[in-house]
Design a protein around this ligand. Structure first.
Ligand code: URA
Length: 454
């Protein structure tokens, strides 16, 4: 691992131009373009400013973020903003990883987040079972979307906080690592993301693209596959907005030398048959055992094929490794390597309630956002960073769009440790389901693929 700290270029670049925060904010407020030097300066002074140089205060960065949210940024500005965020911290380097004397190819996957999106759990060990290294630096959930680390932490003993040396060792030996990003990886993003969260500036394509790609480029992966969601449970609802986000991220990745492709995937309906931490681990294990819900299997295989292609394994068949146990062996090794017991029973909620169908017919709609909010209200997610989550909380979905239901059939089972949460969760679900006379038009789960190439 190369632990070189690459802070400093931003500081060097600005000494020749006099820049002040108010003029940077005013430039963007008035619809102007920020110069490279202005971007380097403002990110550097916000992240590291104190002790001598001018400091960019929280309220000033809030104003600038809102100006960017309203006015946007062009391709050059997004690229420089991303670069400045990368340069705010440490870059990792996996190019020295070896197994049996051979260089290991690294491929990562990132999802923009959705409800019931447990795909990383089966995907990382599945791809690793082909001899590809999968360094998956993940986050904890905020709001209605769950976090991969929260899900894995429901496995007794499993720990997310492993250092760079341990990570490299695990990649060489096991092939897959899912862990928390260190505080020195794109620290500017850590602060900016927290500020965006409380200033209504999250859903901005330049800010989302630079946030995700700064971390992925700093992480040092050789290739990256993006799962960019659209629909009610995604934070960008419209497919054309998600496409623009995907194109922006693919361009940023390729410009930084990371082979990057994106799939645009439908997040109007939750993925699989559950949302919630331990519930989603159990469903992922079903997929690794060769079963599991069809949509989870389909998306796992689609992303695995992209990752294996990016690693040069164009003839590999990931379905075979789900069927023959190779992916399950890889999962067990990955969980054990981080202290988890893959055989331990998963925690189960002390309290459950069932929500019944009020009428008979065919389910036409199951709103991902409503299910995500309900699972969150049951304790599966957090409202503010650092809040703890309930491993046991969540929702089991007994029917999905296209299924026939009769009045009185169970639609949802709600799980929580704190039964006073049931009322708020039920309220979130009141308009979650549509029941009609005919089946909805089937919509493809993977709507499109975005790449720089033909
Ligand atoms: N995930 C990120 O890491 N950043 C964003 O801005 C949105 C989702």
């Amino acid at each position: 691992m190369n632990d070189d700290v690459s802070i400093g270029r931003a500081r060097d670049a600005v000494e020749t131009e006099v820049i002040d925060t108010i003029s940077v904010i005013a430039t963007k407020r008035d619809g102007g373009e920020l110069t490279d030097a202005q971007i380097d300066w403002v990110i550097d002074r916000y992240t590291h400013g104190s002790g001598g140089g001018a400091h960019v205060a929280e309220e000033q960065m809030s104003a600038l973020l809102m100006a960017i949210f309203l006015r946007g940024m062009n391709g050059r500005e997004i690229s420089r903003w991303t670069h400045a965020m990368i340069e705010s911290g440490r870059r990792m380097d996996f190019s020295g990883l070896r197994r049996d004397g051979r260089r290991l190819v690294t491929v990562d996957k990132h999802s923009t987040g959705g409800v019931g999106d447990k795909i990383t759990l089966p995907l990382a060990p599945l791809v690793a079972s082909f001899g590809v290294a999968v360094p998956q630096l993940s986050g904890r959930g905020l709001g209605h979307t769950g976090g991969t680390l929260d899900k894995l932490e429901s496995i007794p003993g499993w720990r997310a906080d492993i250092g760079p040396a341990e990570m490299a060792e695990q990649l060489e030996r096991v092939g897959a690592v899912v862990c928390a990003a260190g505080g020195d990886l794109a620290p500017a993003d850590r602060r900016l993301y927290a500020l965006r969260d409380v200033t209504g500036t999250v859903a901005s394509i330049p800010l989302v693209a630079s946030s995700i790609m700064s971390k992925k480029i700093a992480e040092g992966t050789g290739a990256l596959v993006l799962d960019v969601k659209f629909g009610s449970g995604a934070f960008l609802k419209a497919q054309d907005q998600s496409r623009e986000l995907a194109e922006t991220m693919v361009a940023l990745g390729e410009a930084a030398g990371v082979t990057t492709t994106a799939l645009l995937t439908d997040m109007n309906t939750p993925l699989g048959r559950c949302a919630g931490n331990a519930l989603e681990v159990a469903e992922s294990v079903e997929v690794l055992a060769g079963g599991g819900p069809a949509d989870v299997v389909e998306l796992t295989l689609a992303l695995a094929r992209e990752m294996l292609d990016a690693a040069g394994l164009t003839d590999a068949d990931p379905a075979e490794h789900l069927a023959n146990g190779a992916a399950m062996d890889s999962w067990r090794a990955m969980i054990s390597a981080q202290g988890g017991d893959p055989d331990a029973p998963l925690p189960r909620a002390r309290h459950t309630e069932t929500v019944l169908a009020a009428e008979s017919g065919i389910m036409t709609r199951l709103d991902a956002m409503a299910v995500g909010v309900a699972a969150w209200r049951l304790g599966a997610g957090r409202a503010v960073a650092d809040e703890s989550v309930q491993a046991e909380a969540g929702i089991t979905l007994h029917a999905k769009p296209g299924d026939r239901v009769r009045a009185g059939d169970p639609l949802f089972t709600l799980h929580t440790q704190t039964p006073d949460r049931f009322g708020a969760a039920r309220a979130a679900l009141t308009t979650a389901v549509g029941i009609g006379d005919s089946a909805p038009q089937p919509r493809p789960l993977v709507a499109d693929r975005v790449t720089v190439g033909p």
